[in-house]
Design a protein around this ligand. Structure first.
Ligand SMILES: C[S@@+](CC[C@H](N)C(=O)[O-])C[C@H]1O[C@@H](n2cnc3c(N)ncnc32)[C@H](O)[C@@H]1O
Length: 217
């Protein structure tokens, strides 16, 4: 990254204000060894959730609740976040963050389990937003599941889509980087999706499931 691009990125990541609730959730993330979304991604999640007017949301990778609080703060009061994590200590910390953020208990459904087992049990075409932030080697599987879960008009958000800059580097061929490129290709090749890749955080892949198939360019 050029010095200009690096400082622009640092500037945008440093802009969002985070209150005590988010700072405490970040502290617990750190203590538990969880890598929470960046401040820029957190702010983007709140904006995307607010603009989507989503009622039903699935999150893969609860962590200690930083991303969940950001999503819930953008969502309307009638919305429900279903969030999946394989680690019960992480889920406990996330519930604490939701409670400190004043989120009523009936707006979150925390599911303990491996996403590959849990996602297939969720209903087709039933969700307005799916956020993927766990277990990168399985991102392609989670992306396929997200397409199935989303309603037409629903939004998919994938965190870490640039894999620490390696996705854009043609010389990088490690398995994780290849997987992230496959995810991008799967999304771009899918006629039912319109997409954009933002350089926010470590890359935020966005895709909306359209009601009709996209016409060929
Ligand atoms: C990057 S952290 C999520 C951070 C969270 N989104 C945030 O910003 O606060 C990834 C989380 O995924 C969980 N995880 C890892 N593998 C998983 C799997 N196969 N299924 C479900 N959760 C998994 C980890 O326990 C961890 O809490």
């Amino acid at each position: 990254m050029s010095a200009d691009k690096q400082s622009t990125w640092s500037y945008t990541e440093a802009l969002p204000f985070e209150d005590e609730v988010l700072l405490r959730a970040r502290e617990r993330s750190h203590e538990l060894g969880v890598s929470a979304v960046s401040t820029g991604v957190g702010a983007a999640l709140t904006v995307l959730a607010a603009s989507s007017k989503a009622q039903t949301v699935v999150e893969v990778g609860t962590g200690a609740g930083v991303s969940g609080v950001c999503l819930l703060r953008g969502l309307g009061t009638g919305s429900v976040l279903t969030t999946i994590d394989s680690d019960v200590d992480h889920l406990r910390a996330a519930r604490q963050a939701y409670s400190e953020a004043g989120i009523p208990g009936n707006r979150t459904r925390t599911i303990s389990g491996r996403a590959a087992q849990v996602l297939p049990r969720l209903t087709d075409n039933a969700y307005d937003l799916v956020f993927i932030d766990a277990d990168k080697p399985s991102f392609l599987l989670y992306t396929e599941q997200a397409v199935r879960l989303l309603k037409p008009g629903g939004l998919m958000i994938i965190n870490g889509a640039l894999d620490n800059g390696r996705v854009a580097d043609p010389a990088a061929r490690d398995q994780l980087t290849v997987t992230m490129r496959q995810v991008g290709r799967f999304i771009r090749d899918n006629d039912s999706l319109v997409s954009a890749l933002l350089p926010t955080g470590d890359g935020l892949q966005l895709a909306v499931k359209t009601a009709a198939r996209r016409p060929a360019p």
